[in-house]
Write a protein that binds this ligand. Structure first.
Ligand code: FMN
Length: 394
């Protein structure tokens, strides 16, 4: 769903004016099955659409003549100063968009002074990414595997490599049914068949780059779990998730993770006040309101709609973040006005990666920064810290 004006025909990073423009560049470069994997949502994609619709439905209440001459975007996340209330959400298999994948994204975030969260399902290993960005604040996202030995080991490696917070994702007990992937016969690693011939021919530069990297470079690996050997067997994405992730995980498993991780712990994938209350009772440091970008349970509410109830339930005892459908700086302003401390983006920076690697991610971050600053000025709001419900119409 587009959220803006029509882009020029000769679109490049230089004349991209919003995230949709970068998305258009990405779509042109990626085979349909790959861009479907990135764009897709669970089942009928109702939640995916709802994330955007609910965001668009919110309206502002600016303050005229209130001195908009200087604005501050800086804030903190779990005590770490960041240049703006934005962070990169974990996105697995980012090398599908660009061979430098998660490493390029982490470098762009470091340069921009924001936090990046590395997916445990990354192609680049957590050590590779840490070595590339030694001084930058980085978080590590965990899926709990059935094999607790493997899970525990990766947590300890993340701590040793200097990741500052552990983000435990709780909305993937099993893989969501993404119908686009099922129809496309999408596997990891991708396997072009006769019916993909047209798609492959239309995207030869991607195919060549991906093929070259598969053969001679880093390739599509499970960087944190055995590298290339872990993905030699082709599997449908859902099948891969269901064979590894533990659907039997409970709140008590958080206690076990605590015994391995002495830093801050964040819980990602909360969409209601009951779970938020439980998370706080379990001593979680931050609650990340997310419906996985509409990719898991379809029929969930938009994250922006449940945010106020979660913020009330948390009652200042933990930080609250939000992702899902953030495509403009004004979306960040809306979420902050509703009580989020910081917003995260998933697909937008993957569009940037696909469009032009690290430079594309930088472009997306800087577009959102410029838009957020512009929104604050137009609202007459001096800082992101000053945003509250009063800046929205009820
Ligand atoms: C291609 C793709 C892969 C993802 N992989 C992960 C992952 O490995 N771990 C995780 O916690 N969330 C994952 N997510 C969800 C994102 O972290 C985030 O919640 C979501 O993308 C936010 O919505 P947005 O794409 O509208 O910004 C993934 C999302 C996408 C689009």
């Amino acid at each position: 769903m587009r959220s803006g004006t029509v882009p020029p025909r000769r679109l490049g990073l230089d004349n991209a004016v919003n995230v949709d423009d970068v998305r258009a560049m990405a779509t042109r470069r990626l085979p349909t099955a790959v861009s479907d994997f990135i764009e897709g949502g669970g089942e009928g994609e109702v939640t995916l659409r709802r994330n955007r619709r609910s965001m668009d439905a919110l309206t502002f209440r600016p303050r005229a003549l209130s001195d908009a001459s200087s604005r501050s975007l800086a804030t903190t996340m779990l005590g770490t100063p960041v240049s703006m209330p934005l962070a990169l959400a974990p996105v697995g298999l980012a090398a599908l968009a660009h061979p430098l994948g998660e490493r390029a994204a982490a470098l762009a975030a470091a340069e921009a002074g924001i936090v990046s969260t590395l997916s445990s399902s990354s192609c680049w290993s957590l050590e590779d990414v840490a070595d590339a960005t030694p001084d930058a604040p980085k978080w590590f996202q965990l899926y709990v595997w059935r094999d607790r030995g493997i899970t525990g080991e990766v947590v300890q490696r993340a701590r040793a490599a200097g990741y500052r917070a552990l983000v435990v994702t709780v909305d993937v007990p099993v893989g969501g049914r993404r119908e686009r992937d099922l129809r496309n016969g999408f596997t990891i690693p991708p396997r072009p068949t006769w019916r993909h011939t047209g798609d492959v021919l239309a995207h030869l530069p991607w195919v060549a780059r991906f093929g070259w990297d598969e053969m001679f470079g880093h390739g599509l690996t499970m960087g944190n779990f055995g590298g290339k050997t872990a993905v030699t067997k082709r599997m449908a994405f859902m099948e891969r998730v269901n064979s590894r992730f533990d659907p039997g995980m409970t709140w008590d498993d958080l206690e076990w993770l605590r015994s391995l991780w002495d830093g801050p712990m964040v819980i990602k994938g909360i969409t209601n006040e009951r779970d938020a209350t439980e998370a706080v009772a379990r001593g979680i440091d931050a609650v990340w309101v997310s419906n996985h970008g509409g990719r898991q349970l379809d029929g969930l509410p938009a994250t922006i709609d449940v945010l106020p109830a979660v913020v009330d339930a948390v009652d200042g005892k933990a930080e609250v973040y939000l992702d899902g459908g953030i495509r403009r700086g004004s979306d960040i302003a809306k979420a902050l006005a509703r009580g989020a401390r910081v917003c995260m983006i998933g697909r937008p920076y993957i569009y940037g990666l696909a469009a032009k690697g690290q430079a594309g991610v930088t472009k997306v971050i800087e577009l959102l920064r410029t838009q957020l600053d512009n929104t604050l000025a137009l609202l007459g709001c001096p800082s992101v810290e000053a945003l509250d419900e009063d800046w929205l119409r009820r």
